[in-house]
Design a protein around this ligand. Structure first.
Ligand code: NAP
Length: 261
């Protein structure tokens, strides 16, 4: 597949470059600065990708790249929580998804495959009657991800085959971003709508506040490696006809419930 990767200079985006290549795809890496990307990844890796310089908020520019580079899939890892006091991740999701929808329609209703990144707060909190993790967290921690989820839920999967990966937090296994000979493999467990393998801590039984305090240890157990997360997304793109997780909010957990060593 020809994959447009947005946010290629980010923690996750930069790890997605070797992962997506290792799974046999072509990477069109979008960065706001080509030189920043060149300095970040190994020269061998840089030579293997096509680089474009666009702002993800510029929807016509995203559309143009998708069309002129003949992309079949998008991974949107662009967006930081706050820029100049304004949340932009939801706006980026709107810009990118609407560009992809337009391109899918121009191709005779053939939707592109797309992965977006959101927060774990958007998933259901098991045992709360369908309430969400974000209902028990401070608004400032989750409002940007709520926006992304709302944007995507409004997009029909007939127009864009989207998945929203809902992340707790990610840590790097390695600082070096280099070409991989083979896919790394990931060992992540994945589930739609609510987090996989949820295990409450003992504090949950504490009256009134237990349901809130429970999230402190539980969310920590959903930390994942950036490289594993990248491999999960890249692997899914190789299963071209696989519709699992399309139109879904998806959670993940490292095998053993903690970061792999
Ligand atoms: N890291 C985590 O633990 C975590 C947890 C939950 C959710 N997430 C979400 O996952 C995504 C990736 O996280 P990350 O840690 O990789 O983020 P990051 O390291 O802060 O990288 C953000 C990337 O977005 C790019 N970007 C920002 N605004 C842009 C714009 N207008 N147009 C194009 N690119 C733009 C940045 O490019 P420049 O280099 O040009 O600034 C950078 O490449 C984010 O949306 C984040 O909210 C991350």
């Amino acid at each position: 597949m020809r994959v447009l990767l947005l946010g290629a200079t980010g923690n996750l985006g930069s790890r997605l470059i070797p992962a997506v290549l290792a799974h046999g795809h072509t990477v069109i890496a979008s960065a706001r600065s080509r030189e920043k990307l060149r300095a970040l990844i190994s020269p061998t890796l840089f030579d293997r990708i096509e680089v474009v310089e666009i702002d993800a908020l510029d929807s016509p520019a995203v559309e143009d790249i998708l069309r002129t580079h003949d992309c079949e899939a998008i991974v949107n890892a662009a967006g930081t929580r706050i820029r100049d006091g304004e949340q932009i991740v939801g706006r980026i999701a709107a810009s990118v998804s609407s560009a992809a929808v337009r391109v899918g329609k121009q191709r005779g209703g053939k939707p592109l495959r797309a992965w977006f990144i959101g927060g774990m707060g958007s998933l259901e909190y098991p045992g709360t009657g369908g309430r969400h993790v974000q209902d028990y967290l401070p608004v400032w921690m989750t409002e940007h991800h709520r926006e992304t989820a709302a944007v995507l839920k409004a997009v029909p999967t007939a127009d864009l085959a989207w998945t929203l990966l809902c992340v707790a937090f990610m840590v790097a296994d390695s600082k070096a971003i280099e070409l991989l000979e083979h896919p790394r493999g990931h060992g992540l467990r994945v589930a739609a709508r609510s987090p996989p393998d949820w295990e409450d801590s003992w504090v949950r039984v504490v009256p009134l506040v237990g349901v809130y305090l429970n999230l402190i240890p539980v969310l920590r157990s959903y930390a994942t490696k950036l490289e594993d997360t990248a491999d999960l997304i890249a692997e899914s793109l190789t299963k071209k006809e696989d519709r699992s997780y399309v139109g879904e909010l998806v959670g993940m957990k490292e095998a053993g419930g903690k970061e792999r060593g």
